[in-house]
Design a protein around this ligand. Structure first.
Ligand SMILES: Nc1ncnc2c1ncn2[C@@H]1O[C@H](COP(=O)(O)OP(=O)(O)OP(=O)(O)O)[C@@H](O)[C@H]1O
Ligand SMILES: [Mg+2]
Length: 212
């Protein structure tokens, strides 16, 4: 019985990390074994690569360099953490995963989608998430929510136009693959977001219970 793999996606301040707590509670209530993880990162080496990707720096980061660093971290994350957990029947919940690459390095940075497809096929293969929840908020509301943060990373500092492309990118991913990618209206209250997430999880669980 392979575990199920769920990713959380959305722009800065959309509420992904907050939503993780709601998911944790739901999984505990249903006695489902799970691990929580995040990207870029998730293992010591991948977290070091995360620092390389996100630290603000003087030097211009080449788009291809950024893309390859993200996939290098992902290869490590999959081999050392995600695959072993899924193989044991443990569910994996990841704060960001492959869709973020298509949206940030593809849509927002204008990266070559055919190249992304090749990397995805090479590095991720069949280990794609079984389901993805996209936390959707306007760019303005997302920015308002994170404005109090003291440390802004290199991607937080991007322009509003960049963040708008990120939002559009996630909505396009959902439209292209509605079976897997579900949109959560994250502009609502935390209580409403929690209810939406629980509803999605219950539906997924019902669909999967036959094959898990
Ligand atoms: N639905 C909501 N209503 C009000 N505040 C919210 C809501 N969702 C999240 N917040 C608040 O907004 C802030 C950002 O949320 P969170 O850190 O979960 O976003 P994130 O998507 O993980 O952001 P990042 O991409 O920067 O990691 C937090 O202070 C959180 O408490
Ligand atoms: Mg977060």
């Amino acid at each position: 019985m392979r575990g199920k793999f769920i990713s959380l996606e959305g722009g800065e301040g959309s509420g992904k990390t907050t939503a993780i707590h709601f998911i944790r509670q739901w999984l505990d209530d249903h006695n489902i074994p799970y691990i929580m993880t995040r990207e870029p990162g998730g293992t010591p080496l991948a977290e070091e690569i995360r620092q390389l990707i996100l630290s603000p720096r003087e030097e211009v980061v080449n788009d291809t360099t950024e893309l390859l660093l993200v996939f290098a971290a992902r290869a490590q994350h999959l081999a050392e953490k995600i695959q072993p957990a899924l193989d044991k029947g443990t569910w994996v919940i990841s704060d960001r995963f492959l869709d973020s690459s298509y949206v940030y390095q593809g849509k927002a940075r204008g990266g070559d989608i055919a190249m992304l497809d090749q990397l995805a096929s090479w590095v991720v293969g069949d280990n794609k998430p079984n389901a993805t929840l996209v936390l959707d908020v306007s760019v303005e509301l997302g920015q308002e929510r994170v404005v109090q943060r003291q440390h802004q990373d290199r991607l937080d500092k991007e322009s509003l136009a960049f963040h708008q492309k990120v939002r559009d990118g996630f909505l396009e991913r959902a439209k292209a693959d509605p079976e897997r990618v579900k949109i959560v209206d994250a502009s609502q209250s935390l209580e409403s977001v929690k209810i939406q997430i629980e509803k999605e999880l219950s539906q997924l669980h019902k669909t999967w219970v036959g094959d898990c």
